[in-house]
Design a protein around this ligand. Structure first.
Ligand code: URA
Length: 220
C-alpha cells in the first residue's frame, strides 16, 4: 500500500517532467514501466522507440517481443518482472541517447524508481544501461554476464535484444545462448533471495492488449 502510494507520486512526477530537451523532441511524452512493482527482478533498457512512444511503456516493440520470448525461456513472464528504461522520453529519429542524457534522466527518475521497487537483481540490457550503472564507458562484450554492485544492488549487463535482432547465422545463435545463460543466472540469484515469489504466469503477457487504453490516451 505504502509502495503503491509512493509509486503513484513517482509516476505523477514522471508524467509531468520537463527537466530536459528530450521532452521537446517530438514524442508523446514520458514512458512508464511494465510489470510488477514487487518483483525481485528488474530489467533496464535504453530508451523508448516508436512503438513504446505510442503505447507509453518500455520494450513493447520488436525488441520487447524478443525480450518476452527470452524471458519465457528462463521461466519468467513480463507481468512478473519489472521492466523500465534509462531514458523515459523517445529521442528524435530513434537516436541512441547520449550518456549525459541517460545520466540526467536516470538520476531524476530511475534512481527513485529503484529505491521504490528495491529489486534483488538488476539486469542491464545493452550499453546505455550498463554504462549508467557502471559509471564509465566499458565494453559490454567483455562484461556481459559478470556481476557488479551498484549502491548495494547486484547488477548484471547483457546484450540488448535490438543487438540480437541485428545478428545473423552463427553470431545470432551464440549471442542468444549468452543472453539465455545471463538471464538464467539472474533468475537463480533472484530466486535465492526470494524463493516464494511467483516468477512466471501460466500465459505469456500480451502487453499491446494491456496498454491499448493508455495508447489511446496519448497524443502529440
Ligand atoms: N529499446 C529499449 O531499450 N527500450 C525500449 O523501450 C525500446 C527499445
Amino acid at each position: 500500500m505504502e509502495q503503491d502510494q509512493t509509486m503513484k507520486d513517482w509516476l505523477e512526477n514522471l508524467m509531468t517532467c520537463q527537466a530536459c530537451h528530450l521532452r521537446q523532441e517530438g514524442n508523446r511524452g514520458p514512458t512508464r514501466y511494465t510489470g510488477n512493482i514487487t518483483s525481485p527482478l528488474m530489467f533496464v533498457g535504453e530508451g523508448p522507440g516508436g512503438v513504446e512512444d505510442e503505447y507509453g511503456v518500455p520494450l513493447v516493440g520488436p525488441s520487447g517481443q524478443l525480450l518476452d520470448k527470452a524471458l519465457w525461456s528462463v521461466g519468467l513472464t513480463r507481468d512478473r518482472v519489472y521492466v523500465t528504461n534509462i531514458v523515459k522520453c523517445r529521442p528524435k529519429n530513434n537516436r541512441t541517447p547520449t550518456l549525459d542524457e541517460g545520466r540526467h534522466c536516470a538520476d531524476i527518475h530511475l534512481v527513485k524508481e529503484i529505491d521504490l521497487v528495491q529489486p534483488k537483481v538488476i539486469v542491464c540490457l545493452g550499453k546505455v544501461a550498463f554504462q549508467y550503472f557502471y559509471g564509465k564507458a566499458a565494453s559490454i562484450m567483455r562484461n556481459r554476464g559478470k556481476w557488479f554492485t551498484w549502491r548495494g544492488y547486484p547488477v548484471m549487463p547483457t546484450y540488448h535484444p535490438a543487438f540480437l535482432l541485428r545478428q545473423t547465422g552463427h553470431d545470432l545463435v551464440e549471442s542468444k545462448w549468452q543472453v539465455y545463460y545471463d538471464f538464467k543466472a539472474a533468475v537463480e540469484k533472484a530466486k535465492a533471495e526470494n524463493p516464494d515469489y511467483t516468477y512466471q504466469s501460466p500465459e505469456k503477457t500480451n502487453l499491446l492488449e494491456q496498454y491499448t487504453a493508455l495508447k489511446e490516451s496519448r497524443s502529440f
